[in-house]
Design a protein around this ligand. Structure first.
Ligand SMILES: [Fe+2]
Length: 342
């Protein structure tokens, strides 16, 4: 069944080399075995492997050199590092360098195909997520969901897109990976989708909500997360949606997570969502200026919001405001020069 999968084993211990190779072949994989880094660096240029299984310590270097080399041209090739059980540092470093999995010695040979297959499965999910056609369908579905929510709640019209814009600015300032940026932006666009299940009289109520109404309103992160979580590719996005009303001091909802236990992207979303709500007019309140909104966010740094992220948001917004003023001045100047030429 695995005849079409080719695996490279890099292992210099003779007994381990033979038993692993025999096991892999027994389960039907096509295998190549080499004992040194040098041989491995050569063979990866020639054979299109589907997975590499490499011992950390090789006679002429470590497998990280092989990992670096292979990542340059096969960035998503599953790479499993074999290491001694107690070496957590190596495991951590392997993951940071882009290894997809690790195998602690000694291991049960029966588990080998399970580990191999879970790496292939991860890759399949990743490729599904990255398929451009699927991404287009996904975006269209998301737009339809947002349109449905905005039809129901005209006061939040455009809110999610403005939140997404600020989230993107934070992602850039924090130098988040592309994957994280994508997750954050989608979570920002979809964060209030759970309001779709809220009764209109609660959603559009001008006065303060009664206790029961407030309890219903507070269900929207869980409802939204359950809706979005139905799409396999959006499981991470669903987790961020679930936690966008958690508070840094642990007094938020739905789970009362505290501090850095709250996913980072959810901590970012909490800030940009609050800011956008403060500067927008709602049925129950007037809009405030950007400066007032920033002061309010700063006031709750450490209690409602992550203080480190608030600081970054503050500087991101100040430079945004400065560049906006600059743009206005340039526009004024352009207008003046236009009129003088008439
Ligand atoms: Fe919300």
């Amino acid at each position: 069944m695995n005849k079409n999968k080719t695996i490279l084993l890099v292992e210099d211990e003779r007994i381990a080399f033979n038993t692993i190779l025999e096991t892999l072949e027994f389960f039907g994989y096509q295998c190549y075995g080499v004992e040194t880094l040098k041989e491995a660096l050569e063979i990866i240029k020639k054979v299109p492997f589907d997975l590499i299984l490499a011992d950390y310590m090789l006679p002429d270097g470590t497998c990280f050199e092989l990992l670096n080399a292979v990542k340059k041209f096969r960035f998503n090739l599953p790479f499993v590092v074999i290491t001694a059980a107690e070496n957590q540092k190596i495991i951590h470093e392997a993951m940071q360098k882009g290894a997809s999995d690790f195998l602690k010695k000694p291991f049960n040979l029966k588990n080998l195909p399970v580990i191999i297959e879970r790496n292939f499965e991860r890759l399949r999910i990743e490729q599904k997520r990255n398929s451009p056609q699927k991404a287009t369908v996904l975006f269209k579905t998301i737009k339809a969901l947002i349109a449905a929510l905005e039809a129901k709640d005209p006061y939040t019209s455009g809110h999610s897109l403005r939140v997404a814009r600020h989230a993107r600015m934070m992602a850039l300032a924090l130098d988040l990976s592309e994957e994280e940026q994508f997750t954050l932006e989608l979570a920002a666009i979809l964060h209030d989708i759970g309001k779709i299940g809220m009764p209109d009289h609660i959603l559009n109520k001008a006065s303060h909500l009664h206790e029961l109404e407030y309890r219903i309103a507070k269900e929207h992160p869980v409802v939204g997360s359950n809706i979005v979580g139905k799409i396999d590719e959006l499981k991470e996005v669903a987790a961020i949606i679930r936690h966008h009303h958690e508070r840094f001091d642990g007094r938020g909802y739905p789970d009362g997570l505290q501090g850095k236990v709250i996913p980072k992207l959810a901590r970012i979303l909490a800030i940009v969502d609050a800011y956008e709500s403060i500067v927008s007019r709602r049925v129950y309140k007037d809009a405030k200026s950007p400066e007032e909104a920033l002061n309010e966010i700063k006031k709750y740094a450490g209690s409602q919001f992550d203080p480190d992220l608030v600081q970054i948001f503050n500087s991101v917004m100040h430079s945004e405001m400065a560049s906006q003023k600059m743009r206005l001045k340039i526009e004024d100047f352009t207008d003046m020069s236009d009129s003088s030429s008439i």
